[in-house]
Ligand binder design. Structure first.
Ligand code: CU
Length: 474
């Protein structure tokens, strides 16, 4: 194990310290000169909103045309985006479950990918047996909030809009006329829309230096084609009671129970296959926090994100949560940060995302190694916001894998042997490099995981790992 890897694998060693961070508290704040007990605020405020009949927004029709008929015949490409609103029970770290609210049975909801200028036809269906109504607010749209109104169980609602601005945009449940929006979003009803620029992504420039024989150092700009290997990382928090229900009191005090990336704490760290490959034993963890280790976890088993060295990688990052994300990749520099369709920074160490803010990070992993993408808030790292990328072949596994015939020839990333986790990979766009393989991973119901397996398009790691382990140990 090289120095960088061993250093990384000690980062989570202090993760248990995270629990002590929840001890601090504040009990009151000042609003308009009046003392307010924040501990009572959630109950009172929500009850008052209920009695008022909800925070229904009353706005004049001063916004964009949302008539699907007119937009569908406008000559633009129409992309249908169909979601259902479903309350389901999903696992959390530590062997428990929580009462999740989801779009289409998964957290985050499905990613919509369109091209700037396309018409999005958004349809939300709430099944008959769903316990509550839901709404949908897409930040990629520009129209009256009245379009996001609640859809009752057994009903379907629809709106259309033109995705005029390129970038990454959040979508989320708007609750029942905004009542309970916090509960619905923080219980899992969020996702992203990626709106690709109509003229495509730009090629990436990475600034390096070189030295000539006379010892003079000069700039050596490296250019990479616009096509990139892409991932999506969505940050949020969970605020839960011990029984796994939403805890509004904890939310008002910003006392989160967990920090999640794509719905899970530590969802992208090593698993038993990586233990075997690196340590020769499925039970010898190579990372201290491996809460989703073991094939019995099936689609929830943790998985690493594999990339090649010297490859253009594009990350779509969104902060759905109540707390800031200080996005940083340990051991790397963010070569380019784009928000909307405008470059905000280049060669930067960390980029700050406030609530409901997204960005596109372009970068190249320079040398073989393991690199943890974190929210560089220690409370967030230790409660789940550590996502490990593995670039190239840092463990020197190619000779073993070839000799044992797991792979026919040396590979540029371990994705060729194990695939990349399906939930971290967005749908393909015009400038996407296809992943070698995708494995079934994510905070989704067993029904969805079964459908993915039946499709034959995905690798079921819980079946593949025992086979690989058998080959490696024979
Ligand atoms: Cu909802």
């Amino acid at each position: 194990m090289n120095k960088r890897v061993s250093m990384l694998f000690t980062i989570a060693a202090v993760s248990v310290m995270g629990a002590t961070l929840f001890g601090s508290t504040y009990t009151q704040t000042q609003i308009a000169g009046q003392s307010l007990d924040i501990n009572k605020m959630d109950v009172d405020v929500i009850e008052q909103i209920h009695q008022m009949g909800g925070l229904q927004l009353v706005m004049p029709q001063a916004f964009a045309e949302t008539d699907c008929g007119a937009l569908e015949s406008s000559g633009r490409t129409v992309v249908e985006f169909n979601l259902t609103g479903e309350s389901v029970e999903l696992p959390i770290m530590g062997g428990k479950t929580y009462n999740a609210m989801t779009f289409s049975g998964q957290v985050p909801g499905p990613t919509l990918r369109v091209t700037q200028g396309d018409v999005v036809k958004m349809t939300l269906t709430i099944p008959d047996d769903e316990v509550t109504g839901h709404g949908n607010d897409m930040h990629a749209s520009q129209m009256s909030a009245s379009n996001f109104e609640s859809v009752n169980p057994g009903e379907t609602s629809q709106y259309c809009y033109i995705a005029e601005s390129a970038g990454i945009f959040k979508y989320h449940c708007s609750g029942v006329k905004l009542i309970g929006m916090d509960q619905h979003v923080l219980s899992g009803m969020y996702g992203i829309a990626i709106v690709d620029p109509v003229d495509g992504y730009k090629k990436l420039m990475v600034e390096k230096t070189k030295v000539n024989p006379a010892g003079k150092v000069s700039l050596d700009r490296q250019f990479y084609d616009a096509d990139a290997l892409e991932f999506q990382l969505q940050y949020n928090q969970l605020y839960l009671t011990p029984e796994g229900n939403y805890d509004a009191g904890a939310m008002f005090q910003h006392h989160n129970t967990a920090t999640v990336v794509n719905g899970m704490q530590f969802g992208y760290v090593p698993n038993m296959a990586h233990n075997l490959l690196v340590n020769g034993d499925t039970k010898k963890n190579i990372f201290v926090a491996q809460p989703w280790n073991g094939i019995e976890h099936k689609q929830y088993q943790s998985q690493l994100l594999f990339v090649e060295n010297d490859q253009h990688v594009r990350l779509f990052v969104e902060n759905h949560g109540n707390e800031p994300v200080f996005f940083h990749i340990v051991g790397e520099i963010l070569d380019r940060v784009t928000q909307g369709n405008r470059v905000q920074s280049a060669a930067t160490e960390t980029w700050l995302l406030g609530g409901s803010q997204g960005m596109i990070v372009d970068l190249v992993f320079d040398e073989p190694g393991a690199y943890a993408a974190v929210n560089h808030d220690y409370a967030a790292i230790y409660t789940g916001a550590a996502t490990v990328f593995v670039a190239g072949d840092p463990f020197g596994l190619n000779p073993v894998l070839v000799e044992k015939e797991v792979i026919p020839a040396p590979v540029a990333s371990y994705a060729y042997a194990l695939g990349n986790p399906s939930d971290a990979v967005p749908p393909m766009g015009a400038n996407s490099i296809a992943h070698p393989a995708l494995n079934i991973h994510g905070l989704m119901t067993d029904e969805i995981a079964s459908e993915m397996q039946a499709s034959g398009d995905y690798v079921a790691l819980w079946e593949v790992i025992p086979v690989v382990a058998e080959i490696l140990t024979s």
